[in-house]
Design a protein. Structure first.
Length: 257
């Protein structure tokens, strides 16, 4: 049986990459006076690199206007990243990053069923706190048995470190949890930890799937487009639906087709 549902944050709980982090990075670039901005397409390319700080470091190496020395680039990186997080928090506080459809309802299903919930993300704690406080209230931590962020798991997804830490903290086996992810790196991290996955496709990752996937579809808030299909008359992905997918999961190591 399922004993915990483990949630990624960026792209899974909310479309944070497109409407939060990208916007915040560009505002930080403007604030420090550097002459470059990331387009939506360029940011999509940079998402192949896990972690906002790591994306920024990679991009600085390709910018002709970046400082010439490693020390100066490091100082600029830290300043931009700090300002980006401040702008991100402001975006969230203004209500510009709603939860994705179906996410709140699925969280409520788990709370009602007294199923353990976990946050397993490699975004920073401050970014996760900003989003969850806005949508779940100041006492949001009381709903989650474990919260693993970048500070606890510095090895970014697809490394399984974050999932392994969460499983250890919960005291459960990998097959007793289900992860909710949107990206190939997240799916791979869960797979390498042995955790089966439900994939809710996001703007930047419209088709992530792979081994260990129980089901994949466009949104937790719709019954359309899911493979395998939802139960008859279902209007969204519920905990009961995930339990059905889990019970019918393919043998370990066989990808969903």
């Amino acid at each position: 049986m399922i004993r915990a549902l483990l949630w990624d944050v960026d792209g899974t709980l909310a479309e944070t990459e497109r409407y939060g982090h990208l916007v915040a990075f560009n505002r930080a670039f403007a604030a420090v006076g550097v002459p470059w901005r990331w387009s939506e397409a360029r940011y999509g390319e940079l998402l192949a690199i896990a972690g906002g700080r790591e994306r920024l470091a990679h991009d600085l190496g390709s910018q002709a206007a970046a400082p010439p020395t490693a020390h100066e680039r490091g100082a600029l990186l830290e300043k931009i990243h700090r300002l980006k997080n401040e702008h991100y928090a402001a975006i969230v506080a203004r209500g510009e990053l709603p939860l994705r459809a179906g996410a709140a309802e699925l969280l409520d299903d788990c709370t009602t069923a007294r199923l353990a919930l976990g946050i397993v993300t490699t975004t920073t704690t401050s970014n996760a706190v900003a989003l969850l406080t806005r949508h779940l209230g100041a006492q949001w931590r009381s709903r989650f048995k474990v919260v693993v962020c970048a500070e606890e798991a510095p090895r970014k997804k697809p490394d399984p470190q974050a999932y392994l830490l969460a499983l250890s903290a919960l005291g459960i086996e990998a097959h007793e949890a289900v992860a909710v992810e949107d990206s190939p790196a997240g799916v791979e991290a869960a797979r390498r930890a042995g955790v089966p996955v439900v994939v809710t496709h996001s703007h930047y990752f419209p088709s992530a799937a792979g081994e260990g996937v129980l089901a994949s579809g466009p949104s937790l808030g719709t019954s359309r487009g899911w493979r395998p299909p939802l139960q008859a008359f279902a209007t969204r992905v519920s905990l009961a639906q995930i339990e059905d997918w889990y019970a019918a999961r393919p043998p370990c190591g066989i990808p969903l087709t």
